[in-house]
Design a protein around this ligand. Sequence first.
Ligand SMILES: Nc1nc2c(ncn2[C@@H]2O[C@H](COP(=O)(O)OP(=O)(O)OP(=O)(O)O)[C@@H](O)[C@H]2O)c(=O)[nH]1
Length: 364
Amino acid sequence: MSDKISSDKIPVTVLTGYLGAGKTTLLNRILSEEHGRKYAVIVNEFGEIGIDNDLVVGADEEVFEMNNGCICCTVRGDLIRIIEGLVKRRGKFDAIIVETTGLADPAPVAQTFFVDQDVAARTKLDAVVTVADAKWLSERLKDAPEAKNQIAFADVILLNKTDLVTPEELEEVVGRIRAINPYARLHKTQRAAVPLAEVLERNAFDLDRILTLEPAFLEEDDHDGHDHHHHDHEHGENCGCGHDHHHEHEHAHGHHHHGGLKHYHDEHMQSVSIVIPGDVNPDRFLPWVNDLVQRDGPNILRSKGILSFRGEPRRFVFQGVHMIIEGDLQREWKPDEKRDSRIVFIGRDLDEKAIREGFLACAA
Ligand SMILES: Nc1nc2c(ncn2[C@@H]2O[C@H](COP(=O)(O)OP(=O)(O)OP(=O)(O)O)[C@@H](O)[C@H]2O)c(=O)[nH]1
């Protein structure tokens, strides 16, 4: 759309991208850079225990967590309430960034800024920014409809992790992205390094383009947080979606309808979150987690944790995407912070019992 951001509307950037693509890396870059702007950040995480929000830098930024479901279905009501709260405190910040879970379909999130009248009157969707993992995107386009929708809806795409692929592989992924979305601005990045002006306050969201993709985009939503229609799917036990769970396991992707808007969701994704209320022993934990991701890496799409090691004043943070894991000691535990050890694994067909027992055996 060509209309200018009217000065009384708060610009909103929706940051999306599949599990582990680099959304938090980009967010931290935005929040750490000297730009003289103040952002309110809303983070939605898949899995019950908040880890992501704890990994977002900038203690003076306001970070709102939404952990009890997926932003595109059950917690949309929360999103609306948080935004309405923020709008009342206008002037304390310049813009809003919403980081969705890797499993969110961006369409219903973007739709919120048009069909909810109060939100639409006060905010302006500036752009959908999608971070894509150069190494894994092609695989996900085959088995995860959300990943495809994240690309289709993007106004700006960061094709990240270019260090993990060859130039030929990179061009192949670019071709796949372009076949889905020829319009978005595309940046090839490492560690989501991109000039922020390429990402923020671009006034890039193009409603006309979205309406050709999703003719029902502006249809009034019947959604009240619970009551959308479910079609041909069952939820996995730990899908985190917040709906009634049935114990059947059909291997198909489901979609919900929000008003007339189709909404894809991977119903087989599970998350296993475990907390040890104290220290873990690194000599047990590190070999265990390495073995686990080497063995089950294809099914473990994402893993992360914040751990307390005995006698170590700093938090150990580990992050994994399939079998690639990284870990390091980061900031010190704060005096008033509870020193516990939390991990989450997100994937398909996870052996929850074995993972739980394995982690608990790492307690110091
Ligand atoms: N090799 C490599 N690793 C990267 C790059 N960008 C990010 N990572 C790593 O990829 C992992 C996931 O990055 P995040 O920024 O947490 O990804 P995310 O999209 O926020 O993940 P979820 O919110 O869990 O979906 C971390 O271990 C990052 O350090 C990159 O360009 N190259």
